[in-house]
Design a protein around this ligand. Sequence first.
Ligand SMILES: Nc1ncnc2c1ncn2[C@@H]1O[C@H](COP(=O)(O)OP(=O)(O)OP(=O)(O)O)[C@@H](O)[C@H]1O
Length: 590
Amino acid sequence: MDLSRISSSVQHIAEVIASVIKVDVTIVDHKLNRIAATGCYVEQIGTRVNKNSVFSYALQQGEGFLIENPGEHEACFRCSEKTHCREYAQVCCPIKNDTETIGVIGLIAFSQEQKSAVLHNKNNLMEFLNRMADLIAVKLVEEEKTEKIKLLAKELETVLDAVDRGIIAVNQEGKCIHFNRKAEDFFGIGEGILSKMKIQQLLENISLEEMLKQHCPLTNTEFRYHRGGHRMRGIFNANPIMIESEAVGIVFTFMKISEALKTINDITTAMIETSLDNIIGSSRCFAAVKEEAARAAQSSSTILIQGESGTGKELFARAIHFHSSRKQEPFIPINCAAIPEQLLESELFGYEEGAFTGAKRGGKTGKFELANRGTIFLDEIGDMPLHLQTKLLRVLQENVIEKVGGKDYIPINVRVIAATNKNLEEKVNEGEFRKDLFYRLNVIPINIPPLRDRREDIPILVEALLEKCNLKLEKKVTQVDNAVLNQLIAYHWPGNVRELENTIEYAVNMCRGERILKEDLPNRLKRKEAENEAVAGEQRIMTIKELECYEIQKALRIFGGSKQTIDKAAEALGMGRATLYRKMKEYQLI
Ligand SMILES: Nc1ncnc2c1ncn2[C@@H]1O[C@H](COP(=O)(O)OP(=O)(O)OP(=O)(O)O)[C@@H](O)[C@H]1O
């Protein structure tokens, strides 16, 4: 503890003592620095007293004493001036904080008269000096506490300003007690004005009383704010400040909707960035689909991806987004079949506070809004109920959304990629899907062929999926037995690449060495194999069309599909060039 921090108070006390006792006063700190003095020692404030002086003795002893005959007292023994001391009497009183001695008050009588003043009432004098010493100690403790509080406040202010959310702490009346600079910017309020405001002026729809009573925190609650020319939408969190079991205030944190969306986007998109190059398959029909997808990525027209389950529709949708100019913006997928019909509307378009019983306070932002400036992927669009199809059509035509229970239209700029594994045209004919919506979605159609129609991709898919599984399961299964590979190529894959992926993962789990054997395959493949063996030896029975498509693909792979080589392929297949072209069209190989 350092007395110099309160040197002016110490000087003031020294002067009070001197004026009461009429004797000169010197006060030193624990390092013997003269902090305060009166009379002839004033000039020496700031200098150190002699280290063998009575002050040093008093610091060591931690006890007060009075020297009636300078030179003879034990305290004087080490003093170099003890034989020619000019002083008539001395009183030393240590200044203590608990057991620590932090300084000494010294009275020095330079005349007989002053000595008499000291000795006149020595008990009362010691009592008085002790009180003065306590006063100094208390003052110093207070000063240090104030310093600590100031430091803490400064640290807190720096921390609050470093947080990139607006923060406002309010008391029970809602008065803004603490806030950071970001909060002032957030609400467009000039410096210092927030301290004169109540939170109810910023968040008009909240019930502070209710929030304090309920004690429960609020998260991601939406609000609108309009003051002067400053208009925005944001979200806030509110946490009660609890003392014992009472909420004595609330801390609000704020974020703009656009910032929240950016954060969501950063997380969702950064995590699953997909490139067309990561989509495996080089068969003719598949390469053509990839080519189509690459071209579709350059526009902002609506895309309808059709294909059986597990063919990679979502994978293509993601890749198209990441190859488009919207790649820095959100990609928001939603599965229309996985969400109960009554919730789907609010999931897609969001709702306003109080839109229905059980609606979250502050409302909810829908997926369309989350996808603003980016892409929304409407998976299993064929399962969307008719009344939502009507609403979706309006969104596509007018580029605005209307929240459930909302009065305003919110403009949006979203690219829509829809996907289905159902035959949408059939659904249109059956009256289950709106014809106008089908055409609106089907601006760029992309059809992903099932795996059984591109069996030549199976070996490279197996290789890539093996690598993925080895990484995931920390295994080293690097080979696949030839018989197993043939079996995988021959299987009809109703679940397409997803099923193949699961099959490989199963086999890697079961495999005891580095090579996958027949016994490592899941039962359904083993069963299928047994059935096929029973019926037709080693090969599963393919339909004539499947077989024809398979052989045509094989011929094109071997001879190539260019104008120059097509004759050779046709010859090998035993058909004319024109027939081959017709079949290639039929099987979508060109
Ligand atoms: N060509 C491919 N290359 C690599 N992985 C693929 C390929 N196609 C699909 N997959 C993988 O197969 C799984 C299923 O893909 P995805 O979810 O995109 O299919 P989907 O057609 O959208 O399925 P569903 O119709 O059931 O929603 C995913 O793990 C995906 O990574």
